[in-house]
Design a binder for this molecule. Structure first.
Ligand SMILES: [Zn+2]
Length: 289
């Protein structure tokens, strides 16, 4: 079976994001990047899709990855609304003109697609709660359209029915995370061309650490697994991505951990479903012209 990860952050290490970024602050640390690529290659990984960073680490990894037999796709940096979640790794825009300049920059840097942050995170201290406010639907539609006009696919970080619904209506090519989706959004997802990358391991690996209450994590993971199962039943495209580099999600081992959680949700159909999702990601998240 195809071993791949459709959502990683090469720049991060799963331990401490500030220290991890500091290691690459002056220039991407080739030694560290090569070590990670070598580890991925040893696991049989043939494809990685990065979530982006503004220090050029993902771009450097893309330049080196072919030496390790890995197809590597990166958005260069992720793009977020000024004053909203995501700025710790990416670039922010205050208006559409600034956004267009960032898209032009991604193209000039050799990015493969656009990554947009359309919501905050799950609050792991409180079930049902999301941080930050979602990107509104009209704005998100404009952002996706600008990228598509440039021949770039769009990876959207979105949690909650509002942000994910807006992303799907906008024509997003992939939905990352997708926590707390109501049934109507799962149906919308299934009816769309978008691929869902649910990154279950970002929840699963927090269990038992004592950093967040397991009384929140357990039902949250169970809900996400139920939603993955329901989405699959409705015919949605689903792909394996781990968010490697996020807290307690380590490059490499996270792939098997994510697979295990997806398999709990999808059962015997897991490999067929993931193969279809992976094929969609691989074919779409590269420059179309
Ligand atoms: Zn991510």
């Amino acid at each position: 079976m195809d071993v791949l990860d459709c959502h990683i952050h090469m720049i991060l290490d799963g331990v401490d994001y500030r220290a991890a970024i500091d290691r690459h602050r002056l220039a991407p640390d080739d030694g560290l990047i090569r070590a990670r690529l070598r580890d991925y290659a040893a696991l049989g990984v043939t494809y990685l899709r990065d979530g982006g960073d503004r220090w050029g680490v993902g771009l450097r990894a893309k330049a080196l990855a072919a030496e390790y037999g890995i197809e590597y796709r990166t958005p260069a940096f992720n793009i977020c609304r000024a004053g909203h979640y995501g700025a710790f790794l990416g670039e922010s825009f205050a208006d559409l003109a600034e956004y267009r300049r960032l898209v032009a920059q991604v193209l000039a840097l050799g990015g493969d697609f656009i990554k947009i942050m359309a919501s905050g995170l799950m609050d792991f201290h409180a079930f049902g709660v999301l941080t930050d406010t979602p990107c509104d639907a009209p704005l998100l539609s404009e952002l996706v359209a600008v990228a598509h006009d440039q021949g770039l696919s769009v990876m959207v970080h979105a949690n909650g029915g509002e942000a994910v619904g807006a992303a799907l209506s906008a024509g997003a090519d992939s939905i990352e995370h997708g926590a707390y989706l109501p049934a109507e959004t799962l149906a919308q997802l299934a009816a769309s061309q978008a691929v869902w990358v649910p990154t279950l391991v970002t929840i699963g690996n927090l269990r038992g650490l004592g950093r967040f209450p397991d009384t929140v994590l357990e039902p949250l993971l169970a809900l996400q697994q139920e939603n993955v199962a329901l989405a699959a039943k409705l015919g949605a495209r689903i792909a394996l991505g781990t968010d490697a580099g996020a807290y307690a999600v380590f490059h490499g081992p996270a792939i098997t951990q994510e697979y295990t959680l997806l398999r709990e949700a999808l059962g015997d159909e897991t490999d067929a479903i993931l193969a279809r999702g992976a094929a969609a990601i691989r074919s779409r998240f590269r420059r179309q012209h």
